[in-house]
Design a protein around this ligand. Structure first.
Ligand SMILES: Cc1cc2nc3c(=O)[nH]c(=O)nc-3n(C[C@H](O)[C@H](O)[C@H](O)COP(=O)(O)O)c2cc1C
Length: 186
């Protein structure tokens, strides 16, 4: 059941040294690319790097210090990118849903990873300008999110503050606060 992966997914700070099997990566990216998108434009792009590859450092060094502290141990990092403009019948069209649709692909990616026994952590805390430069993104592409991927590591080895964050119960607004039957707020 899809709800199992949704309930299990949790932003994870501790990673083991185990690398991710290619077969699993293929399924993870297939799930991402099967997301719905406005006009089926599929605005998402992914720059992927295993920890032992030079591009890993190029993604890692865009992250805030607070994120680098633990994300350096991830098996892989993914920089997700949205194409915010595209050409249709020789016309340049701004895609107002580019970030939304890339977000849907990112969610699929993380849920498929979770259902394959991996852990993930999405991060917006990075230098977007630097990420664009590091990967020579064309001007119609914007960096959206960095996702840490890997197998769960021993969380007792994390610094105290991260153990606290990792083991804290997930907090959510009650359903009644976000779902309305009629007018907004009712
Ligand atoms: C767009 C986005 C940006 C985020 N940026 C960061 C980040 O920079 N650093 C971090 O530790 N967590 C980051 N998170 C993770 C959130 O803190 C986390 O999703 C939220 O607290 C809910 O916890 P859960 O993912 O475990 O359910 C981000 C999540 C999203 C969706």
């Amino acid at each position: 059941m899809i709800i199992d992966a949704i309930q299990k997914r949790k932003s994870n700070f501790s990673y083991s040294e185990k690398s991710i099997e290619q077969e699993k990566l293929n399924e993870i990216f297939e799930a991402a690319t099967l997301a719905a998108s406005s006009m089926n434009v599929q605005p998402w792009r992914f720059i992927f790097a295993n920890q032992n590859e030079p591009e890993f450092q190029l993604i890692l060094n865009t992250l805030s210090e607070g994120n680098q502290r633990w994300a350096k141990d991830a098996s892989a990092l993914v920089l997700s990118v949205a194409q915010i403009e595209y050409t249709h019948n020789d016309k340049l069209i701004a895609n107002a849903y580019a970030w939304h649709d890339t977000g849907m692909a990112n969610a699929n990616l993380m849920l498929q990873a979770t259902s394959l026994g991996l852990v993930t952590h999405p991060m917006g805390g990075f230098d977007h300008q630097k990420a664009s430069e590091n990967f020579n993104l064309p001007k119609e592409y914007q960096p959206v999110l960095i996702i840490a991927l890997g197998y769960k590591g021993d969380e007792t080895k994390l610094p105290e503050d991260l153990i606290k964050r990792q083991t804290a119960p997930r907090k959510r607004k009650p359903i009644e606060e976000v779902v309305f039957k009629g007018s907004f707020g009712v």
